[in-house]
Design a protein around this ligand. Structure first.
Ligand SMILES: Nc1ncnc2c1ncn2[C@@H]1O[C@H](COP(=O)(O)OP(=O)(O)OP(=O)(O)O)[C@@H](O)[C@H]1O
Ligand SMILES: [Mg+2]
Length: 349
């Protein structure tokens, strides 16, 4: 476990927001829901590491709350009055990430019409959140490693290195050990980032938190007071597998509220259930959210391509997206391989 680092000059310990104690004496963080033992363990690690300047590596499946935890770490750290700068390593084309991270000087490459400050410099004295770090292109991993080791960066086309004091929080839903074995992730960068790992539990391993999460999302999305689930629905939710974790549950509750009339929700579109589609023959057409439309369309195209993403005739080409952007959306939307390949059966129903 990482040693606590002393609070640096310019950052006062008195500035820290203490986490709250719940009625049972357990630690709680505003907006982070979960009272299960595995979440208590996460809160305990969070409160140990937040006050330091240590690098944190957040691991866990998609939708388990890594971004939420990253924000909480920054908000409870001595750097909370400085910037938390997010960078999504999966969503940017490889040729832009370097300039995003480290900046560039005017004229350093075609299109560099102005000097640009990179995110590392922007985050100086604050925190940088390197999201989806497992998707960072290998050549850039070398440069990131250097920035972390030397604590200095160089703008593209810059003449002198620039010293930075940045706290790093990285997150990924990838298995970095596999990525290292396959040569997609540098082991030296992994060891540099793996100072204080926190692994977020999947929802299926903390089903006792589902009622609390449902309550939280009902309060957030309900259009009328006292909106609640009918008896039995909660049990059904606790029996689901939740490959998309809290994000999937959150969307399901939001969708259920939109589809429901009145304050009692008797039926929810359970993950994998086709009940909603079958009801549309007699009911009003359902208004899909943009995200649902996006999800359906990506699934449709993936099915048309037999799951092929890369190359000619692949889904990325058909959708006009970069492969990394498409992969990112697939994960964000919780699209699973099985859903791509179970289509034939579903379509013939
Ligand atoms: N413990 C929690 N309490 C309340 N909301 C949560 C919790 N965990 C996740 N969420 C919500 O679920 C959604 C997904 O969370 P988040 O974006 O942090 O997941 P993630 O682990 O970063 O996923 P990905 O790997 O796909 O990027 C967010 O809207 C977040 O607010
Ligand atoms: Mg995330």
């Amino acid at each position: 476990m990482a040693k606590r680092q002393p609070v640096k000059p310019g950052h006062s310990v008195d500035d820290l927001h203490p986490p709250e104690k719940g009625s049972t004496g357990a630690i709680t963080y505003p907006g982070i829901i979960g009272a299960s033992p595995s979440m208590q363990q996460v809160y305990s690690l969070l409160s140990q590491v937040a006050a330091s300047h240590s690098t944190v590596l957040l691991l866990g499946e998609t939708g388990t709350g890594k971004e939420l935890i990253a924000r909480a770490i920054h908000q409870h750290s001595p750097r909370r009055n400085k910037m938390l700068v997010n960078i999504n390593c999966a969503a940017l084309p490889a040729n832009l990430i370097e300039s995003e991270l480290f900046g560039h000087e005017k004229g350093s490459f075609t299109g560099a019409i102005d000097r640009r400050i990179g995110k590392f410099e922007l985050a100086n004295l604050g925190t940088i959140f390197l999201d989806e770090i497992g998707d960072m292109p290998p050549d850039l991993q070398v440069k990131l490693l250097r920035a972390l080791q030397e604590k200095e960066i160089e703008r593209i086309g810059g003449k002198a290195p620039i010293r930075t004091d940045v706290r790093v929080i990285a997150a990924t839903n990838r298995n970095l050990h596999h990525a290292i074995e396959q040569g997609r992730f540098r082991s030296d960068l992994f060891y540099r980032l793996n100072v204080f790992p926190i692994t977020l539990p999947p929802l299926r391993e903390r089903k006792e938190d589902i009622p609390l999460l449902v309550e939280h999302f009902l309060t957030r999305f309900a259009r009328q007071e006292n909106t609640r689930l009918a008896a039995g629905v909660l049990d059904q939710l606790q029996q689901c597998h939740w490959p998309g974790n809290v994000r999937e549950l959150e969307h399901l509750i939001e969708r259920s509220i939109l589809l429901n009339e009145g304050s009692l929700i008797k039926k929810v579109p359970l993950p994998g259930s086709r009940s909603r589609n079958s009801s549309t023959a007699t009911a009003e057409p359902v208004i899909k959210t943009l995200e649902e439309v996006e999800r359906d369309h990506i699934l449709y195209v993936l099915r048309r391509c037999g799951g092929k993403i890369f190359g000619a005739g692949g889904a990325a080409e058909l959708l006009g997206l970069h492969v990394s952007t498409l992969n990112h959306r697939i994960r964000k939307l919780g699209i699973q391989k099985e859903q791509v390949f179970t289509v034939k059966k579903e379509q013939t129903k």
